[in-house]
Design a protein around this ligand. Structure first.
Ligand SMILES: *Cc1c(COP(=O)(O)O)cnc(C)c1O
Length: 333
């Protein structure tokens, strides 16, 4: 039905699908489910692993020996790439944007542990010239006889999109087993690839199911465009006949707070409550904002005509450690 390209196996799938209502996180909620993509692995865990299955297959098909990618200093995507590279014997070069405390903690610590070459770039320079920097690094490798594959931010492009189209296909069984009806799937959106893949996949495998992204950085308009663009490029590249303008693409952007990777009090409160009431670990950059936004919308009655709500837990546990001072557990001196 959809022309899935070759993939290599990296993620532990199918991931568990669990009911959350027993924990009383929210009143008058529809049935609330969680797709545990935080359990796609241990170090190599979270949503980027599903995308990398397709992206790395493409890199290997092109004969590449080196992976170059970019992100914030605490990027989960970069950590996953560092670990995949180590697993497959590929060199990894990460171009990271300075952010937060800058300490060797969380994902950045794991990048280093996994032996990736870490290059840190001031924020301004990163935002103005990341594409040029990545091209330059690829040329540097070429001049030394190596072949580098550049993976875009979050592996969100027309290749990485297949990871979450595949997740939508996996959800068919979960939906059947638990008899889900009138369903909405929600996820955190950072570079849009998860939302794009789920939107594409749901259209084919879960007809009638709506996908809603909860933005963690840019606004709804940005993500609606980005998702549409990723899907359109995918259709062009793989010859899919789909009228993309007919797809319902929806993003909610009220849970971003002060900006990307910036927390706020009710967010930390939500993360703490969720951990204590359900044992689920959410992170302040992605899943915390996504889930917080979703709970607020449930309380506001936005999902009153929905029977089943599925939150895709996209991982992010290591990033949480870089925020530990902001939870207010220890008095500051
Ligand atoms: C990258 C990431 C997201 C966002 O996924 P995108 O496909 O980039 O929108 C969500 N949660 C976690 C934990 C992530 O690392």
């Amino acid at each position: 039905m959809l022309p899935f390209p070759p993939r290599i196996s990296l993620a532990r799938t199918p991931t568990p699908f669990e009911n959350l209502n027993r924990v009383g996180l929210c009143n008058n909620a529809p049935r609330l489910w969680i797709k545990r993509d935080d359990l796609t692995g241990s170090g190599l865990s979270g949503n980027k692993v599903r995308k990398l299955e397709y992206v790395i297959a493409q890199a290997l098909a092109e004969g590449c020996d080196t992976l170059i990618t970019c992100g914030g200093l605490q990027s989960n995507h970069c950590r996953a790439t560092a670990l995949v590279g180590a697993q497959l014997g590929l060199s990894v070069h990460l171009v990271l944007r300075e952010e937060g405390s800058g300490e060797l903690d969380g994902n950045l610590f794991l990048d280093t542990l996994a032996g990736a070459l870490v290059e840190r770039i001031p924020r301004k320079e990163y935002f103005t010239s990341i594409n040029e920097i990545l091209d330059q690094r690829r040329e540097d490798y070429a001049s030394r006889g190596k072949k580098a594959y550049v993976i875009p931010t979050g592996a969100s492009d027309e290749v990485g999109i297949w990871g979450y189209a595949q997740c939508a296909r996996e959800l068919v069984e979960d939906f059947k087993l638990h008899d889900l009806k009138r369903t909405v799937i929600a996820c955190a959106s950072g570079s849009g690839g998860t939302q794009a893949g789920l939107s594409l996949g749901a259209h084919y495998f879960l007809p009638g199911t709506k996908v809603i992204g909860y933005a963690v950085c840019d606004d709804s308009e940005y993500f609606n465009n980005k998702v549409r663009e990723d899907i359109t490029r995918c259709c062009t590249r793989y010859g899919i006949e789909l009228e993309v303008s007919n797809l319902a693409i929806e993003t909610r952007d009220h849970a971003i707070g002060p900006g990307y990777a910036k927390g706020y009090p009710s967010l930390f409160e939500c993360i703490i409550n969720t951990a204590r009431q359900s044992g689920l670990l959410l992170d302040p950059v992605y899943t915390g904002k996504g889930f917080h936004g979703l709970l607020k919308d449930i309380e506001a009655g936005l999902y009153a005509d929905v029977d089943d709500l599925v939150f895709v837990h996209t991982g992010g546990i290591f990033g949480t450690f870089a925020f530990k001072e902001q939870f207010g557990f220890e008095p500051k001196d």
